[in-house]
Structure formats: C-alpha cells, structure tokens
Write a protein that binds this ligand. Structure first.
Ligand code: 8NA
Ligand code: MG
Ligand code: MG
Ligand code: MG
Length: 345
C-alpha cells in the first residue's frame, strides 16, 4: 500500500510537470487534435534525442509549495511567500502570469511584512481570478491526503499569497479536491464519472457559500461542474462532443473558472478512447486531449495531468514522454521527499 501511494505521489507531481512542459509550446494557440496527435507521435515514438521541453511558472511554483511542506510540515506561509519570490528572481523568464509579478515585487520590497497584502491589492482590490493558485496545488492534497479540513485550509492560504478573488481561491480548492478524490481510486479501475462529479459538486456546495459581489451566479463552480457532468453523460449516450463545444461550454483560458473544471473534464473523458487520439495510455490521452483544446494549454494539461497522475500513478507515465521534459528526476526526488514527511495513518 505504501508503494502504491508513493507511486501516486510521483504520478501526480510528474503529471503537473509533463502537462506543463509538453503543453507550453501550444500556449495561446487555437486547439487542433491533428497537430497535437502528430506532436505526440514524435515524442512518444522511437526515441530521438531532441531538445527537452522547458517547464514554466506552473512547475516552478509547485516546486516551492512542495519545498515548503518538506521544510516546514506545519506549513509556514511566510516561508512559502519567500520561496515563490526567490524562485521568481532566480528565473524570472519562466512565463509567469502578466500581473502576478507585481505581487512578487511588492512582497520583496515590503520585506514580507504582511504576506497577504500585495495579493489583495491586485486588480484594484478585487484580487486575481487567474488559475495560478490551482496550477501549483498538487503537493497539498498529497501531503494532507488524510486530513481533508487541513487540506482545505492549507490550499486556501497557499493560494491567497497571490490570488484573493474567490474565483481564484475556489478554483484552487476544486483542483485540490479533485486530486484528493483521484488519489483514493484504484489505478486499474475507471472512476465512475457520475459519482465523481456528484462528489465534487457536494464538496463545492460547502465552499461556495458567500456572495460574490461582481457575479450574478454565486455558485459558479457548481454550475460549471454540472456542465462537465452533462457533457460526459451525452458522450455515454454516444453523442460526440467537439473540442469547440467543450471550449464554448467550459472554457480554456487563464481564468480559474474557465480552466479548472475543463481540466477535470479532460481527465474524466480521457479514461475512455477519444476519436483522433491514438494511444492506449489514459495518462497520455489526458494531457494530449487537454493540449488539443488550445488556449492555456500548459496549465490545463498540468492540472489534468496531476489529477490523472494521482489516479494512475507513476507506472502509467511512459519513458518517452519523460525523456522530452526537463527536471523529471528532480521532481521524482522532491515527490519522494514529500512522501517521506507525509503523515500516514
Ligand atoms: P495573474 O494573477 O497575473 O492572472 C493572469 C491574468 O488573468 C491576468 O494577467 C489578467 O489578464 C487576468 N485576471 C486575473 N484576475 C483578474 C481580475 N480580477 N480582473 C481582470 N483580469 C484578471 O497570474 P496567474 O498566476 O493566475 O496566471 C497563471 C497563468 O499565467 C498560467 O496559465 C501560466 O501558465 C501563465 N501564463 C499564461 C499564458 C497564456 O497565454 N495563457 C501565457 C503566459 C503565462
Ligand atoms: Mg505556465
Ligand atoms: Mg493517455
Ligand atoms: Mg498557462
């Protein structure tokens, strides 16, 4: 059992890394199943030495979240803010969100006095609703796999360092909850998508309780999750849903509301074969399909990849895909260190 969970830790963290590295070259483009299938045929075909794909902000920030848990298992959010800032100034050209860098500047110049203040000031005080909180979530549901309440609290505070809009925070919570759910699944059995989405909706009901002043819908994630369930139900009754329909219903942007439910959909849909995606491997199918949707490809593939990786574990992640990404061995090492400090009941 220990070995199973250790493999799921690696699968989840590698899921973020591989989705990020493999998705980054397509960021901001219109989706194309054909183009992305050809790309994956090269990457997953007979191995040819080629330049490795670089990771971006998604992995850079996830790394800091993991390091914080490893160094300070009781979670020190001032320390986490320090790690984010250090990581950013070491390598500023990792494709960070356009506005989040202001938070890093302010954190540094204020000497981390109030670590939540700079994020609160973003976007004239409304806070960021970007998916930057969600994209780096993986280590938190892994570490707190035994303590749901503590997971929610840690995920909230880790997000608030950069994102204070409730859409940004609740998107990160949904991502944590999805990983937490998939971690409990048997790698060799499929999740029942009706039960899986129903559980997510129930948990979001307990989270989406406050009015969101600038929105008409006060339970936007539950609304999006219902659309995820409807699309999957339509597919069960043999209706094919095009990528355009998926993007129109769920979105593929940098907004958490229009990318986190999308990543959950990618994971659940990719449990089964998808026309135009030639692979038997459900992990590859997840990230390949996510990238095919276009838009914020690295982040949607990173989020979908970490959910899929938590379900299937490391053994489903092929050698070929790994060889084309930088930092694979380091992520495995970090994941094992995180596993070592994780309380197991
Ligand atoms: P962020 O907080 O800077 O948010 C990202 C963007 O979302 C902002 O630059 C705004 O355009 C928009 N936004 C967020 N909140 C508001 C608001 N309240 N009002 C108006 N606009 C708002 O950074 P983040 O960490 O959330 O961003 C994560 C994303 O940026 C990831 O996709 C990551 O990979 C990176 N990134 C994405 C792209 C892309 O083309 N999709 C390109 C480079 C980097
Ligand atoms: Mg990125
Ligand atoms: Mg697959
Ligand atoms: Mg992105």
């Amino acid at each position: 059992l220990d070995g199973l969970l250790k493999g799921k830790f690696r699968g989840c963290m590698l899921g973020t890394l591989l989705g990020d590295c493999l998705g980054a070259p397509f960021e901001g483009e219109a989706g194309s199943k054909v183009v992305v299938q050809k790309y994956f045929e090269k990457i997953d075909g007979p191995y040819k030495k080629s330049p490795q794909k670089r990771y971006t902000d998604d992995t850079a920030m996830m790394k800091s979240v993991a390091k914080c848990l490893i160094d300070k298992p009781s979670m020190d959010f001032k320390y986490l803010a320090n790690l984010f800032v250090k990581e950013y100034y070491n390598e500023p050209r990792r494709g960070y969100g356009a506005n989040v860098v202001e938070v890093f500047h302010k954190l540094r110049s204020s000497k981390f006095e109030d670590v939540y203040k700079p994020a609160r000031e973003q976007f004239n005080g409304t806070g960021s609703y970007g998916n930057g909180g969600a994209m780096r979530m993986a280590p938190i549901p892994l570490f707190f796999n035994n303590n749901y309440e503590a997971m929610i609290e840690a995920a909230t505070n880790a997000t608030r360092l950069t994102h204070t809009h409730s859409i940004g925070i609740n998107g990160a919570l949904l991502q944590a909850i999805a990983i937490h759910q998939s971690l409990m699944l048997d790698p060799h059995e499929k999740a029942d998508h009706q039960i899986y989405t129903k559980k997510l909706i129930e948990k979001m009901k307990a989270i989406e309780t406050e009015d969101i002043h600038d929105l008409l819908d006060h339970t936007p994630y539950q609304t999006q999750l219902k659309k995820v369930a409807e699309l999957l139900n339509l597919e069960t009754s043999k209706k094919e849903i095009s990528e355009d329909e998926v993007v129109a219903a769920l979105g593929n942007s940098i907004a958490a509301l229009h990318s986190v439910p999308t990543s959950i959909y990618c994971y659940l849909k990719a449990q089964n074969e998808i026309a135009g995606i030639e692979t038997d491997n459900p992990f590859r199918r997840t990230i390949q399909y996510a990238i095919s949707l276009g838009g914020d490809t690295d982040t949607i593939a990173a989020m979908a990849g970490s959910i899929a990786g938590a379900h299937y574990g490391e053994e489903f992640i092929g050698e070929n895909l790994r060889k084309h990404c930088e930092f694979v061995d380091e992520i495995i090492e970090i994941s094992d260190e995180l596993f070592k400090v994780t309380p197991i009941s």
